[in-house]
Structures are given as C-alpha cells and as structure tokens.
Write a protein that binds this ligand. Structure first.
Ligand code: TYD
Ligand code: MG
Length: 455
C-alpha cells in the first residue's frame, strides 16, 4: 500500500510547509496551518479519458511577438449587458472566471440565469443543489431553455467525462469549494483540493478554448475562501455584492486580464431572477415629493459609470455622554473627518451631536466626490431645512476645508443634466469647457461657501 503522504498548508494564504508551526511565515497569521493528506499518485490530467476534446488542443510553440495576430479575440456574448460590460465585452474563450460573493447574495441565480439565456450549449455543474432544486429555480427565472445541461457532480474526473460527451461551449461550476479530484486525498474545500481542481480546470479551459466560470465562497472578512493563489490562477475575479436585505446587487471585477476593473454591473433581485438595471441613477434617488431635511444627492462615478446617489444624514443631540457616529455605505472614519472639518473650518458645533449617515440603496461608495453631498446632508439635518431637490454635488472635501476637484467632472455634470437637475455644486478649481451645459454650475472653493448656496 502506498504510504499516505501529508503536508501542512496555511488555510489563509495557501503556503505549504513540511511540518506544523504556529505562525505562517508567508502571511504571518497564527494557527492557520493544518495538515492535509495529499496523494499525488501518478499525475493525471483531464485528458486521460480519451476525450474527443483533446483533438482541439494544440501544443504551444514560441512565436515572435510581431507575428502574433492582433485581431480582437472573439468574445462570447453572454446576452447580459451588465455582465458583458464588467467582463470587458463578453467571455473570452479559454478563460477562467471566478465569481465570489456572500451566501444568498444570488451567485447561483446569476449564473443559472446566464446559462439559461445563452444561445450556446452550456453545462451547469452543481455540487450544492440537486437537479430538482435547480430545475425549480430555473422555472422561476426562465421556463424554456434548450441549450442548458445540468449536472450534479463534484468529482472533476466525472465532470470531464461528461464534458467530453456533451461538448459544451461554456462550463459553470457551482462551486469550486465542493469539487474534489481523485488524485488528492484531502476533503473537498481544502487548500490542496481547491488548488488541484482549479489547475485541472485551467488546463481544460486553455486546451479546449472553453470558458469556465467558477463560483466561489467568501470568508467572513470578504475574501474568496481558499488559497490566495486561486485568485492568481484565474483570469478574472468578479465580486457580487450588495446588502441581502436590499434588492440591488453590484457586480464588479477585482481582477480582469481581458478588460478594465473599473466597470460595474447593477442588478435588481426580483421574484423571477435578477433584472439588469441599465439606468441606475433613476432608481437610487427616492421619488417623494415632500421636502425632507438631511438628504443630498451626489453625482458619483462608479468605475466609468456615472451614478446619482442619495445621501441621508440625521443629526440629533447626543443622549449619552459620547456622541454616536455611524455610517452605512460610507467610510465612518471619513465621516468623522468631515465633521471635524465642519467644526473647525466652518464653525458648526457638531461635537455634542449624534450623526448617522446612510447611502441609500444599500450600496457602498468609495468615490471621494461624495464628500460634499455628505457635508450638505449633515448641515441640512442639523438645521432641519431641506435642500432643493434639483441641486446635486460632486466634490471632495480636504482637511483644510477646501473643496477639491474630482475626476471626470464633465461626465458627472452631463448625468445630472440628463436626470433633470438644475444646479450642480463643484469645486472652483475644476476645469470644464464654458457654456456647454444647460445646468447651472455653482463653483465653490471652501466648505464655508457651500452654505450660502444650500438654503
Ligand atoms: P442564491 O442564488 O442561491 O445565492 P448564492 O448562490 O449566492 O448563495 O440565492 C439567491 C437568493 O435570492 C435566495 O435567498 C432567494 C432569492 N431569489 C429571489 O429573490 N428571486 C429569484 O428569482 C431567485 C431564483 C432567488
Ligand atoms: Mg449558490
């Protein structure tokens, strides 16, 4: 009998050790090293099953860079504009895409929906749900789909055998953590299994030019579960995020070998699957006619996409000694900084007030251009007077109380104009072509000046 071979892996970063130790040398985490049984018998690749697909494979030879044709690679249109945009125009043949996200956010729904819509032959491999469950879900989304095959299997060797039979154009694996290969003896979801099954899938994808989409779980701190090397191995890492209690979901690329990572896709979770949201600004701004204090609208940019977002603030006298500050969808430290700036540079006494801030729609915004809208919302709530609904903001606030210019301000102004805003407040130092816009552009230099334009 072959001797059982074991190695130690860091469960956090995937580093490999010959013996156990308390701290991982690579990522410096404590108590993350665990023993795993590995049995690399004879190394067998996906090809050993006399697959007809192997005929499609070719061996690579060195080529002169000047001789490589620069034609744009043919991409597979996923029939889903938001996904196409995030991928950079569609799925690249032979690429491996990893889709991560919290449990219940809708990863399986999104991928099944894509598989059902596609005009190509797709194989949806699930190790998480039974075929009946998938069928029930599919019926909710789209009842008729002729090209979609479902396989409930977790062993890669069996998956490849089925692939050889069906010859799908696209393969979806739900999820990488449930897969296991015969040649490694540790449990599914362990570092060595994830590494090995991904390697097998990459080999398959590259050799047959079939795009493979992997669904991956994430850990409690938001990283994709498994070794970091998983993210290095795949071509594209997509993140599906959003608040489970809200209906909006955001798809973004954290890594993309074939396109920009700036793009963003927005979906709405409905009773019948995910709907693409092609004009997000309209839904993110609440449509009530009443004048409410404490709300301000910011012209932000998520990646390349302009997005009008509503910010809500509530400022009230602190009940307890230490005032509370809380922010949802906005960096809490940044909120504290803005409050300090308002106190010091504009003379507002907010030190004894509770301040709550919320970005509506359950989305998180990193764009610094939101700062000025935060200032406006806080001031509006503080004196309880509503800001004109047709006014919006796009500027960063600096520590000296200066209002700083932001990138692509023209694009933001155009979006605001398109949505019917009559005025936009930007930094005095923004360079924009004159007289191009119908919207009234208000330029301010300091936070203190903003107040005059607000009420
Ligand atoms: P799911 O796609 O299984 O999430 P994941 O694979 O990321 O864990 O879960 C989707 C959630 O969305 C589930 O709680 C039910 C809900 N849902 C809808 O609201 N509408 C639908 O049409 C479907 C299929 C699911
Ligand atoms: Mg799932």
């Amino acid at each position: 009998m072959a001797k059982t071979k074991t190695t130690f892996f860091c469960q956090n970063c995937g580093a490999q050790y010959a013996k156990w130790q308390g701290q991982c040398n690579a990522c410096k985490e404590w108590n993350t090293i665990a023993e795993e049984v590995i049995q690399k018998a004879e190394k067998v690749s996906w090809k050993t099953h006399d697959s007809p697909l192997t005929e499609r494979s070719r061996t690579a030879k060195p080529q002169r860079i000047s001789e490589i044709s620069t034609q744009a690679e043919a991409r597979l249109n996923t029939k889903n504009n938001e996904l196409n945009r995030v991928l950079g125009g569609g799925l690249v043949p032979g690429s491996l895409t990893l889709l991560g996200g919290e449990p219940g956010i809708g990863k399986s729904t999104l991928m099944l929906q894509i598989a059902l819509q596609l005009p190509y032959k797709t194989l949806y491999v699930s190790g998480e749900e039974s075929a009946q469950q998938i069928k029930m879900r599919a019926e909710r989304i789209q009842p008729i789909a002729e090209n979609c095959y479902i396989l409930t299997e977790t062993k890669t060797q069996n998956i490849f055998r089925n692939i050889a039979e069906i010859e799908p154009d696209i393969v979806v694996i739900d999820s990488i953590q449930t897969l296991h290969t015969d040649y490694i003896e540790s449990t599914a979801g362990s570092i060595s299994q994830i590494r090995e099954t991904t390697a097998e899938l990459i080999k398959f994808a590259k050799e047959t030019a079939t795009p493979v989409i992997l669904i991956g779980h994430i850990t409690k701190d938001g990283n994709i579960a498994g070794p970091k090397i998983l993210e290095h191995m795949v071509d594209t890492v997509l993140q599906f995020e959003g608040d489970r209690n809200h209906i909006y979901r955001i798809l973004r690329a954290n890594k993309n070998r074939f396109g920009s990572t700036n793009e963003l896709g927005i979906y709405e979770m409905q009773g019948r699957g995910l709907r693409e949201v092609s004009n997000p600004s309209e839904i993110l701004i609440s449509k009530n006619d009443e004048d409410l204090s404490g709300t301000a609208i910011s012209a932000t940019l998520e990646g390349m996409r302009p997005l009008m977002i509503e910010i809500q603030a509530l400022v009230s006298s602190a009940v307890y000694g230490t005032p509370q500050r809380s922010a949802t969808g906005y960096n809490a430290k940044r909120l504290n900084m803005i409050l300090a700036v308002l106190e010091k540079r504009a003379g507002f006494k907010l030190g004894a007030k509770d301040v709550f801030l919320n970005v509506t729609g359950g989305i998180t915004v990193d764009d610094p251009a939101i700062d000025l809208a935060v200032v406006a919302a806080v001031l509006s709530s503080n004196i309880d007077i509503a800001i004109d609904k047709r006014l919006c903001f796009a500027a960063e606030v600096g520590l000296a109380g200066e209002v700083r210019p932001v990138t692509r301000v023209e694009q933001r102004i155009l979006e605001a104009e398109k949505l019917g805003f009559t005025s936009i407040v930007i930094s005095k130092y923004c360079k924009i072509p004159k007289n191009n816009f119908h919207i009234n552009i208000i330029k301010v230099a300091k936070v203190h000046d903003v107040v005059h334009h607000l009420f």
